[in-house]
Ligand binder design. Sequence first.
Ligand SMILES: [Zn+2]
Length: 459
Amino acid sequence: MASWQEYLAQNRERFIEELLEFLRIPSISSLPEHADDVQEAAEWVAERMLQAGIEGVRILPTEGHPVVYGDWLHAPGKPTILIYGHFDTQPVDPLELWTHPPFEPVIQNGRVYARGASDDKGNMLIPILAVEALLQTEGKLPVNVKFFFEGQEEIGSPHLPPFVAANRELLACDMVVSSDGGQWSEDQPALSVAFRGLCALQIDVVGARRDLHSGSYGGAVQNPIHALVRILDSMRSPDGKILVDGFYDDVVFTEEDRRLIAQVPFDEAEFKAELGVTELFGEPGYSTLERIWARPTLEVNGIWGGFQGEGVKTVLPNQAHAKITCRLVANQQPARIRELIAAHIKQHTPPGVKVNVHPFASAADPYRMPVDHPGNQAARAVHLQLYGKEPYYVRSGGTIPVCSLFLQHLGAYTVNFAFGLKDEQAHAPNEFFRLSSFDRGQQAYCLLLHQLATVDSAD
Ligand SMILES: [Zn+2]
C-alpha cells in the first residue's frame, strides 16, 4: 500500500482541480443575494468530506448561514480533535482592481488567484485532503476527528455562539485545531497563543436644556465639550498609561511572555516609516510589540459636539459625545472594564453637567492559551520537522472571537494551524494562495494528526 506521502503526491493535480472548483462558488456571506452560494459551498464541502471517508456528514442550519459537521471517531482512547474553518468569503469590491475575475481562479507562478483562496478555502480544504490520504493509505486515523466548518466567519459569526452553546455534545473535543490563519513567512513557522478582546462605550455629556448664546450665558454655565475633554484627559497619563482605577488589575503579563515576544523580529524604524510617524507612543516600560500584543488599550475613537460648520458661531453647546473602545488582554473581562470606566467617569465629571455612559453590546473576551499546551507541542514538533526551525510564539492585537467561544462552551483551547501568509491579499483584490503552502499544509496535517495521537485524551 502507498504511504500517505505518496498518496498526496499522486493526487496533487486532482486536489488542485478541486480547490479551483471550490473557489468558483461565490460564497460571499455578507451579501444576501449570495446566500444560495454560501449554501452551495456548504453542500460542496459536505460532498467533499463524504468522498474523503468522513462520516456523519451533515449540513446544520443556524439562524443565518449553515454549518457543516462530520466526524471519524474510531480511535478509542485517543484524543478528539475538532478541526475548524470557514467556507464563506469576503466581498470582492473594488472589482476593477482585480487582474482576473475573483471567482474564476487562475494559477500563475505557483499561486492560485481567487477570492477566498487563502482565507479560508485553500486552508480549510487541506485537513480534509490530509484525512483522505490517511484513510486511503492507513485505513484509519491516529486520533478521533470532528470537522466543524462555518459560513459566516467574514461577518463576525453572529449565529455561532448560540449554535455552539446548543451543540456542546456534538462538538465536544479535547482541543480545537483552526485551519483559518497562517504562518510567519515561507520559511518561518509561528504559533498564535493570544488575541486581544474588546469592549466599547459611548459617553454623552449634557449641560443646559438647550444650546446657549455665548454672549448672554458664556462664563456662567459649564460647557459640556470642556467637561468631556477633562473627563477624557483624566483617563490616560501624558505618557500613555491608563489611569482608570483597577484597569490593569486582571492583566496577566509574565517574564516568559516578555522573553517569547522578544524573539519575534520587529523593525521599529520600518514600522514608523510605514505609518509616517516620527515617534511611537505607548505605555511606558513596554516594547512596541508588547504594547500591541500583550497590553490593554483605551482609545477615543470619535468625539463630537457643538458647531461644526464654516466660519464662526458664538454658541455654548449643550451636548458633547465621545466613543471609546478598549482592547483587552487576559484575564480582563469586558463587563468589568466597562464598569470601571463608568465609575471613573462618574468620579471625574466636572460640576454643572450630567453624564450618561452607554455600553455597546459588541464585546469580546481576550484569549490566551498556554504556550506549552499539548496541541502547541504537537504543532511545534511538526514545524520543526517541516521547516527545520522553532516556531515564533505570536499574538494578535485584534480579536478572533471563535477561540474564546470554543473555550467558553467546549472548554477546549484552539491550536492555530494554517498556512496562509501575510502578503496573500486576504480581504483585498487579487487574493492568492501559494500551491507550495497547499502542499505543505497537507503534509503538516498528516504529521499533526499522528503527533496528536501521543496526547492524553480527557476521557
Ligand atoms: Zn478567515
